[in-house]
Ligand binder design. Sequence first.
Ligand SMILES: Nc1nc2c(ncn2[C@@H]2O[C@H](COP(=O)(O)OP(=O)(O)OP(=O)(O)O)[C@@H](O)[C@H]2O)c(=O)[nH]1
Ligand SMILES: [Mg+2]
Length: 254
Amino acid sequence: MPIIYFIGMAGSGKTTITKNFGDWLLESSESVARINLDPGVVNLPYNPDYDIRTLVELSTVMKREALGPNGALIRSMEIMIENIDTIADTLKKTLFGKSWVLIDTPGQLELFAFRELGNIIIKKLNRQDSLAIFIVDASNLNKGSDFVMSVLLSLATKFHLEIDVIMILNKVDLVGEKISKFMNIFFDDPDAFVNEMLRDNTGILGELSFDLVDILRQYLPPTRIVSVSAKKKIGFNDLYSIINDALCECGDLR
Ligand SMILES: Nc1nc2c(ncn2[C@@H]2O[C@H](COP(=O)(O)OP(=O)(O)OP(=O)(O)O)[C@@H](O)[C@H]2O)c(=O)[nH]1
Ligand SMILES: [Mg+2]
């Protein structure tokens, strides 16, 4: 049973893809469980099979503990960790027999990817079957250095979470094909990427990105970048096959 964690920066599209990719799988007669692990979400567009807000809800924590939103989010993560065995037991029962499990993670990437919580949950639910989809908002990619920093961040989450992480571009309906073409050049032909994308990227960030391209290619497996529109349900066939490919490479996990 693949467990797919949708991770990414605030507003990148984690909740929208959980809803729409889940609906798309259901339309293909797959059995799907959708899990909301974001205690701060106010309007959830799908009906979750498990909702962390039944245990901890951000606005309640803010009021009860007189905290601002960020302090309350960190406190919410602590509460989740304190209750991790109960959460894991409930999740295991909820997920049983499902062929796909889609997990919608908290808005702020660092809460799940760079603090304890993500690692603990992944371990409790079986690291072997887990895969993270790192969603990049393509409408935020303006310069070559933005591409490089996104790749660096997705790689950092991979090493921290200790599971396979696939980076995808979302919101292609807003930006067209050009952006995904550049991202694929990064992987297929880093020298061309440097020439085309970093040539005009001056300043310290440009220089750092220039050096990072060489370093990153030493750590990155050859890959292709899938572009989707979570909102318009574009690119889901590609997403489906790249997930299946990744799971097969990890040893036929399904
Ligand atoms: N145009 C367009 N908008 C999108 C797409 N995916 C998400 N959005 C919009 O981007 C905004 C954020 O989407 P969410 O799905 O809530 O993103 P999120 O990562 O769950 O956000 P947080 O949990 O708050 O960090 C919403 O207004 C979505 O409608 C897309 O593919 N295209
Ligand atoms: Mg969300």
